[in-house]
Write a protein that binds this ligand. Structure first.
Ligand code: HEM
Length: 459
C-alpha cells in the first residue's frame, strides 16, 4: 500500500518533467549534441546538422523552392501594408486603390512589389513543380508531392482572388470570364460558382468573399501546408537522390555551407523584386463599367490556356483537360515507382531521349491540330448538331490523345514507367504553353492576331 502511494507521489512529482519531455519528442541522450543544437537554433528545425553535398549543387534545385517561399514572405508583408488602406466594398474599392496609387507614401511601390511578387511566386512554384517531376524527386515523397500540388492550387487561388480586388475594368471582366467557365463543370460547377460569387453575378458579396479568401483563409492554409512541406523535406531524408550518385554519400555541415547559400539566394531574390517594383509600375485600369464588357475579355494569364480551350469546347476546357492534367499529376508518384535515376534531370539516357522526342511531337502536333481546326472552320459558329463533334475533335482533345499515345510508346520502347509518365506530362505542359500563347494572341471577338498585327478598333 505504502509502495503504491510512494510511486504515485513520485509520478506526480515527475509530472512536469515528463510533460515537457513529452512535448519534446526526439530529445534523447544518445544524440546529445544534435538535440542541444536543435533546441538552441531554429535553423536545425528546418535542416539536419549535416546535408549531402548534393544539396549545395545549384543545378539540382535551381533554388526554386526557396525563391517561392521568399516571394510569399514579401507578399505577406506588402499585403498587410496594403490592407491598411484598401476598402473591400464595391463603392470604395477602386477609390482606395487610387489613394494607394496617388496619395499614400510609397503606395505605388508597395502595390508594384505585391503584384510582381505574386507573378514571381506563380512562375517559380510552377517551375519548382516541373523540376521536382523532371528529377523524379517525388519518389518516396508521395505525401510531400500531394501537399505540393495543394500548395500550387493555393498559390493560384491567392493570385485569382487578388485579381478582383482593384475592382477595375480589367479585373472585373477577367474574373467574370474565369468564373463563367465553372458553368461547364458537370455536377458541382454551378454550385461552386454560386458559392464563390455569393450569387449569380459578381457583386458586393463576391468582393467580400474574394477579400476574405485572399487575406485570411488561403494564406492561413498556405502557411500550414508550407510548414508541413518544409518539415517533410527533412523527414524524407533531404533532397531525393539515387544511391548511385557520388554526391549522395558525402555529407557536410548544413551550417555554414547550405544556410549561407540560402541566405544569399534570399537576399538576391529580395533585391531583384525590389528593383523590379521600383522600375515597373503595377497598372491600375479604368473604373469598372458593368454594362460594357472588355473586348476581348481575357482570364488572368495562368487560366488563359483553359479559356483558349473553352473557345474550342466548353466542356473540354473547363473540365476534361484540367481533370486529365490534375489526375496525371496526382497519380505520378504512384504510376512511376522506378527507383533508378531519381534526382537526375529527366532520368537516365533513354528517359531523356523519350522526353525530347515527346516534346518535339507535342510542338508538331499542336501546330497540326490548330491548323486542321482552323481549316475545318473551327472557331466559327458551330451548329448545335456539330457541337458534339467539336467537343470530341479539337486541338485540346488531340493533345490529350497525343499525350496518351506518346506515354504508351515511350513506356513500350524503353520499358520505363518514368519515361512513359514524364513524356506524357511533357506533351500536356507544352500544350498548356501553346494554348496560353494562342490566348495571348486573341484580339477583339476572340479573333487570332499575330503579335505584330494591329487590332481593329471596337467600341
Ligand atoms: C508554396 C509553394 C512551395 C514552396 C514554397 C516549396 C518549397 C520547397 C523547398 C524550399 C524545397 C526544398 C528543395 C528545393 O528548394 O527545391 C521543396 C522541395 C520539394 N517540393 Fe516544394 N514548394 C512548394 C510547392 C511545391 C509543389 C507545387 C510541388 C509539387 C507538386 C512540390 C514538391 C516538392 C517535393 C516533392 C520536394 C522534395 C524534392 C526533393 O527531394 O528533391 N513543392 N519545396
Amino acid at each position: 500500500m505504502s509502495g503504491f502511494f510512494s510511486s504515485l507521489f513520485e509520478n506526480i512529482r515527475a509530472l512536469p518533467r515528463n510533460l515537457v519531455r513529452g512535448l519534446r519528442p526526439g530529445v534523447d541522450t544518445q544524440n546529445e549534441v544534435a538535440s542541444k543544437r536543435l533546441r538552441r537554433n531554429f535553423i536545425y528545425h528546418v535542416h539536419p546538422l549535416r546535408v549531402t553535398e548534393r544539396a549545395l549543387n545549384p543545378w539540382v534545385t535551381l533554388g526554386l523552392g526557396v525563391i517561392t517561399a521568399t516571394c510569399f514572405f514579401v507578399l505577406v508583408i506588402s499585403g498587410v501594408l496594403l490592407m491598411i488602406y484598401y476598402i473591400p466594398t464595391t463603392k470604395s474599392a477602386y477609390a482606395s486603390m487610387e489613394d494607394i496609387q496617388y496619395a499614400v507614401t510609397l503606395g505605388p511601390f508597395m502595390r508594384a512589389l505585391h503584384r510582381w511578387a505574386a507573378h514571381g511566386m506563380l512562375i517559380t512554384v510552377l517551375l519548382h513543380l516541373v523540376r521536382v517531376a523532371a528529377m523524379g524527386a517525388y519518389h518516396k515523397r508521395e505525401l510531400n508531392w500531394v501537399i505540393g500540388l495543394c500548395l500550387a492550387g493555393l498559390v493560384m487561388g491567392l493570385a485569382f482572388t487578388g485579381y478582383l480586388l482593384p475592382w477595375d475594368q480589367r479585373s472585373y471582366w477577367a474574373v467574370s470570364v474565369a468564373t463563367a467557365m465553372l458553368d461547364n463543370v458537370p455536377l458541382i460547377g454551378p454550385t461552386v460558382k454560386i458559392l464563390a460569387l455569393g450569387g449569380q453575378q459578381i457583386a458586393q458579396a463576391t468582393l467580400l468573399r474574394f477579400y476574405m479568401l485572399h487575406v485570411a483563409l488561403l494564406p492561413a492554409g498556405l502557411v500550414i501546408l508550407l510548414a508541413i512541406h518544409i518539415w517533410r523535406v527533412r523527414k524524407d531524408g533531404g533532397l531525393a537522390c539515387s544511391k548511385d550518385l557520388p554526391e549522395s554519400q558525402a555529407t557536410i555541415p548544413a551550417w555554414p555551407h547550405l544556410v549561407l547559400r540560402e541566405a544569399i539566394l534570399i537576399i538576391a531574390a529580395l533585391v531583384a523584386l525590389f528593383l523590379v517594383a521600383m522600375f515597373l509600375d503595377a497598372p491600375l485600369g479604368i473604373p469598372v463599367d458593368l454594362h460594357t464588357p472588355s473586348n476581348p475579355e481575357k482570364a488572368p494569364w495562368y487560366f488563359l490556356w483553359a479559356q483558349e480551350i473553352v473557345s474550342y469546347s466548353a466542356v473540354v476546357g473547363a473540365f476534361v483537360f484540367p481533370l486529365v492534367l490534375s489526375g496525371w499529376l496526382l497519380l505520378l508518384p504512384f504510376l512511376d515507382r522506378q527507383t533508378t535515376s531519381v534526382g537526375r534531370w529527366f532520368g537516365g539516357h533513354s528517359c531523356k531521349m523519350a522526353v525530347a522526342i515527346a516534346s518535339l511531337a507535342a510542338v508538331v502536333g499542336l501546330v497540326v491540330f490548330e491548323w486542321l481546326y482552323l481549316k475545318s472552320g473551327g472557331g466559327g459558329q458551330a451548329t448545335a448538331s456539330a457541337l458534339w463533334l467539336t467537343d470530341l475533335l479539337n486541338p485540346a482533345t488531340g493533345m490529350i490523345g497525343l499525350a496518351l499515345l506518346v506515354a504508351t510508346l515511350s513506356g513500350m520502347s524503353t520499358g520505363s514507367t518514368k519515361a512513359a509518365c514524364l513524356s506524357g506530362i511533357a506533351v500536356m505542359l507544352i500544350a498548356i504553353v501553346g494554348f496560353t500563347l494562342m490566348g495571348l494572341c486573341r484580339g477583339p471577338d476572340w479573333v487570332f492576331y499575330w503579335p505584330w498585327e494591329e487590332w481593329p478598333f471596337v467600341n
